[in-house]
Unconditional design. Sequence first.
Length: 134
Amino acid sequence: KMKIKLNDYELELLSYNRQTNFIQGANRDCITFVFANGDYSVDELKKIFESSADDIVIADDDSEKHYWDYSILTAVEITDEVVEQETSDSPEQDIEVVKISVAQKTYTEKQEDARIEQLNSLSEIVADMLGGAL
């Protein structure tokens, strides 16, 4: 069984795949995660991925993989996925799944984020220093 961990959440994951897509003006590494619909609501999943996708960990029985900075939410969809192909003895089986797609931030964007963070904390320090004088 595969699990995905983000911040304090641990969710059951059916599958995932990676591909490169052109999104927001850059070629980005993208991951689509597939969850069984009903395990989690779409809104719930959206919230989790929007707020905590800086470090995504995918864990199965033998390993853990970290995916950093996949924090651009690009798609959320509910769709049917075939879990067992049709055979001569049994019909095709499909289940309803929720697919969440995220794209990775570029190096430049990450630098930009870091700069903004620095500026924010700098202005807080300055405000504190001036706090007594104002």
